[in-house]
Design a protein around this ligand. Structure first.
Ligand code: SF4
Ligand code: FES
Length: 393
């Protein structure tokens, strides 16, 4: 355990001034707890940062449990246990048990290649509510190629069945792009066959590893159009059986999505080392200061942290967002995408038709999608290191 991890945590949200509490229009619904950046897969669109946090920097069990208590006090209802691959944490059972005792709805987001049926049963017995399994394709060879892990798809299918046998709710998450989008009908059939209640057809978002691999991932406009028709047809056909979440991908959209439900509004993200972020890609924006749960209570960070205050609400907006009638619908779109493509995190998201960068963004997508796909730059594996949790489990 690192010295920083031994430090006593500050006391809970009672330390937050009531004036600051009043400023908070809404508590976050969800806590995205990135327990580790370690992962056996190497997906080329991974949402983890290019500079992955090592095992030695990870929060220990007690600190995560304290974070969960602080999250509950803040008003969080849902806990998303994510990574990397959260099942690499040997203390996952303890973290799930704490969340369950606190009454948090607990969702495990997993690549699905490491869990055994026995461990899943144990997690269910400790109060796990929901499992989300990501798949790379339904064609096993292509799925394993994208994940860079032989046999991954077969293991995921097996885990999906165990999840249903354990009586847990199941979501299939399918990141889609030019190298799997044409098999969307099969992906939908897979979700039905394994008994999922929800399918997320998640068009890849281009920051971090996906931005690096954008030329290899960008679908054509006609692929996107066909996929939206497939989704519409399946939604009709599968009413009452499967809920399908899917939105038009940014590069071919007219209006942006309200990323993270609005900056500092819907979700709070804690990294493996305890940094508190408004979104998982926020570290790509220069000039933001990220407080750590080792140093400040979660509620104080959420309410007053520099990074959260920077783009919360609408005061930071410039034209065209400032006077736009949609500014409290999409909250200006995605700050990380605005920075990545317009070079200004306070600009309108270029996915918006009102952005002066919109036409350029669409042309770039069409140009890249028309070129042959280059080889993937896979997410780099981390060097094996002894995890901090080894001392506590
Ligand atoms: Fe959203 Fe800004 Fe575009 Fe209006 S101008 S739709 S607020 S991104
Ligand atoms: Fe950071 Fe959209 S990913 S605001």
């Amino acid at each position: 355990m690192s010295d920083a991890a031994r430090m006593p945590l500050p006391s809970g949200p009672s330390a937050v001034p009531s004036a600051a509490r009043a400023q908070c229009q809404r508590a976050p619904l969800g806590l995205l707890a990135e327990l580790t950046h370690r992962c056996p897969l190497q997906c080329p669109y991974c949402s983890n940062p290019l500079a992955l946090e090592g095992a030695g920097a990870e929060l220990d069990t007690a600190t995560w449990q304290q974070v969960l208590r602080q999250a509950l006090d803040l008003g969080v209802l849902q806990l998303h246990l994510s990574g990397g691959e959260p099942t690499l944490r040997r203390d996952l059972e303890e973290i799930v048990a704490t969340a369950s005792k606190l009454g948090l709805y607990t969702n495990l987001i997993t690549a699905g290649v490491l869990l055994t049926g026995q461990r899943l049963e144990d997690l269910a017995a400790r109060g796990l509510d929901h499992v989300q399994i990501s798949i790379q394709d339904v064609e096993p060879a292509n799925a394993d190629r994208i994940a860079h892990y032989e046999g991954a798809h077969v293991k995921k299918r097996q885990l999906a069945h165990w999840v249903r046998e354990a009586g847990l709710a199941l979501t299939i998450n399918a990141p889609v792009h030019r190298q799997n989008l044409d098999r969307l009908p099969g992906i939908i059939d897979f979700a039905v066959e394994v008994g999922a209640g929800r399918l997320e057809v998640a068009h890849v978002q281009y920051y971090g590893w996906a931005l690096r691999n954008r030329k290899a991932l960008m679908p054509t406009r006609s692929q996107v159009k066909r996929s939206m028709d497939v989704v519409e047809g399946a939604r009709e056909r599968l009413k009452g059986i499967l809920v399908i979440d899917c939105v038009v991908p940014d590069y071919y959209a007219t209006w942006p999505k309200p990323c993270m439900g609005g900056w500092g509004r819907g979700i709070v993200n804690v990294t493996p080392s305890g940094k508190v972020l408004p979104c998982h890609a926020a570290e790509t924006i220069p000039g933001l200061v990220f407080d750590n749960v080792r140093d400040r209570p979660l509620a104080e960070i959420w309410l007053n942290g520099q990074a959260f205050e920077k783009f919360r609400g609408t005061d930071w907006m410039q034209e065209p967002c400032r006077s736009c009638e949609r500014r409290e619908i999409d909250w200006g779109g995605c700050r990380c995408q605005a920075f990545a493509l317009a070079g200004d995190a306070a600009a309108a998201d270029p996915a918006c038709v009102k952005s002066r960068h919109h036409a350029e963004m669409v042309a770039l997508a069409e140009r890249e999608a028309d070129q042959p796909a280059p080889a993937f730059a896979y997410r780099r594996p981390l060097k094996p290191a002894k995890p901090a949790v080894a001392e506590t489990s």
